[in-house]
Write a protein that binds this ligand. Structure first.
Ligand code: GAP
Length: 508
């Protein structure tokens, strides 16, 4: 029997497991933590690196049409003027003057409570899967307290950006439950500012990049001039991004310091961009499935045309069923030639390329698949977290918690156990195999405790394979026992078979 915890409890359980087993810690925890920042512990950093390495291998090294890049986090401030971030990269926010809490206006929902045609109050609720239910219950309370007779109109929630000035004083703050303390929505700049050099005036202002994409556009010309690229081709980058999010939340889902894996895929302005966009969406879905996400947990959110940024031709977000609901995991946007044209205008440098096939010169258009490393890691954890029941050493059925990581991303690939720790022949043989495996992969050696307990410890951190050295290994044929984490099935294999199997599973 396999089960997931209820979606409410699932996030808490994942956060707890991550802390307990050294995947993820709140940043600066000894000082009480720092909202929107997280640190990755010994297992977390392995998982994170494996996700990045697998993406890099599949998107860059195993493709002939994508080149890699690693640009700086702080770049010339004019880049952010050209890209539109200095003027336009902001979120609408609303403050509660009484509680001092700040909300993203598009995540704060409100509705009038109308009974028999008369508005008798307002309800408000912070975005959550149960928001409609919560608002309806609050509206029924308001009606009851007002002792108002008549039918309650359906509660139609709108986000706070749609509120009218005359409503600001009527909508209750979700923090206090009372009206009168919410401000009008205001634009809140998301880029972190810093100063570069000894001057302290405005000319020294620089920004921590809020996306890795602009580093790609800024280097596009360098790569065209020095590489062997020909249209269509992509440039990929993995790196840190920083956003002063108003409401960082849901663990590492929305944080203030995170990492992105982005590709800018340059195409001819005359290319069939709709087909290429579709191909990229499929490539991205296939990749997510290849690292262990269930296909049925991934859906597509196609942005309606009237909600697209003026330069965007189309955007599809791949959504994933996170513990806190279905949310964006990977954005795949067709951005036309907007970015390159902006940089051409602001830098005065030509962004044209000569297309060898069509013999034309043009500024290419771009398709941009943009994925967060941390969000992918949370999706991987969500998909992997499982509770099932298996028999223990004595045959008694027990509940176990396991992480069903794909071997490709699992932090520890295999654990090596001598059956008994007080038999030097077993220990020596197990140590020998451990050292050999360690040259290729991140493996773990564990000799302490009953073998069943050792298996459980590895199951909980998602180690896909257990390898036990027993008396048959040293006295008979040299074979070892290979145990599968998910099925608990065991089979005997030779050392050659073991290496071949692990290679297929981990590096495949
Ligand atoms: N260059 C396009 C761009 O940055 P975006 O939709 O703002 O687009 C792309 O971000 C991806 O980066 C998102 O789909 C998400 O996976 C990740 N991401 C964005 N903001 C994030 C945050 N505050 N915390 C964690 N991941 C984030």
């Amino acid at each position: 029997m396999t089960a997931k915890a209820s979606s409410d409890g699932l996030m808490e359980e994942i956060v707890g497991l991550c802390k307990r087993r050294g995947f993820i810690f709140p940043s600066s925890e000894i000082y009480g933590g720092y909202n929107g920042f997280y640190d990755y512990g010994p297992l977390g950093v392995e998982l994170r690196n494996n996700i990045k390495q697998t993406w890099w291998r599949d998107m860059v090294q195993r493709r002939d049409d994508i080149e890699g890049l690693d640009s700086t986090i702080i770049m010339h401030p004019d880049i952010w003027k050209a890209s539109g971030h200095v003027d336009g990269f902001s979120d609408p926010m609303v403050d509660c003057r009484e509680s001092k809490l700040r909300y993203r206006a598009d995540q704060l929902f409100f509705a009038p409570v109308i009974v028999a045609g008369e508005t008798i109050g307002y309800v408000s609720v912070v975005e959550c899967p149960e928001q409609q239910e919560i608002a309806e219950k609050a509206a029924a309370d308001i009606k009851r307290k007002a002792a108002k007779q008549g039918t309650l109109d359906p509660i139609v929630l709108k986000d706070y950006t749609e509120s009218k000035p005359e409503e600001y004083d009527l909508i209750p703050s979700p923090a206090t439950g009372k009206p009168g303390s919410l401000t009008a929505p205001r634009e809140f700049k998301l880029m972190f500012e810093t100063k570069v050099g000894p001057l302290a005036d405005e000319s020294a202002v620089a920004y921590l990049r809020p996306e890795t994409a602009q580093g790609i556009f800024a280097n596009y010309k360098n790569i065209v001039d020095t590489g062997r690229v020909k249209i269509p081709f992509g440039i990929a980058q993995i790196g840190k991004a920083f956003r002063n999010e108003i409401t960082p939340r849901n663990f590492i889902f929305r944080s203030r310091e995170f990492e992105q894996m982005e590709i800018e895929f340059f195409i001819s302005p005359n290319a069939d961009w709709k087909t290429l966009h579709r191909e990229w969406i499929d490539t991205c879905i296939d990749w997510l499935v290849s690292i262990g996400l269930p296909r049925e947990g991934i859906t597509e959110d196609i942005h309606p045309e009237d909600k697209l940024a003026f330069y965007s031709q189309a955007t599809t977000d791949l959504m994933f069923q996170f513990p806190h609901g279905e949310q964006e995991l990977w954005g795949i946007a067709c951005r036309g030639d907007y970015d390159l044209m902006q940089h051409q205008k602001h830098s005065g440098k030509s962004m044209t390329i000569f297309d060898e096939t069509s013999k034309e010169k043009y500024v290419p258009h771009v398709i941009e698949p943009s994925l967060g490393v941390d969000r992918t890691l949370l999706a991987v954890l969500t998909a992997a977290y499982t509770i099932d029941e298996v028999p223990n050493d004595k045959g008694k059925v027990e509940q176990r918690t396991l992480l069903k990581f794909s071997p490709k991303v699992a932090p520890v690939k295999a654990a090596i156990f001598p059956l008994l720790k007080n038999k030097p022949e077993l220990v020596e043989r197990a140590q020998g195999l451990y050292k050999k495996l360690q040259r290729r992969w991140n493996v773990f050696y564990d000799a302490s405790g009953a073998i069943g307990r050792r298996y459980r410890r590895q199951d909980e951190i998602g180690t896909p394979f257990g390898i036990t050295i027993d008396f048959d290994t040293i006295e008979k044929d040299g074979t070892v026992t290979l145990r599968d984490r998910d099925t608990c099935e065991q089979r005997r294999v030779t050392e050659d078979e073991l290496f071949q199997f692990l290679e297929e599973q981990i590096d495949g």
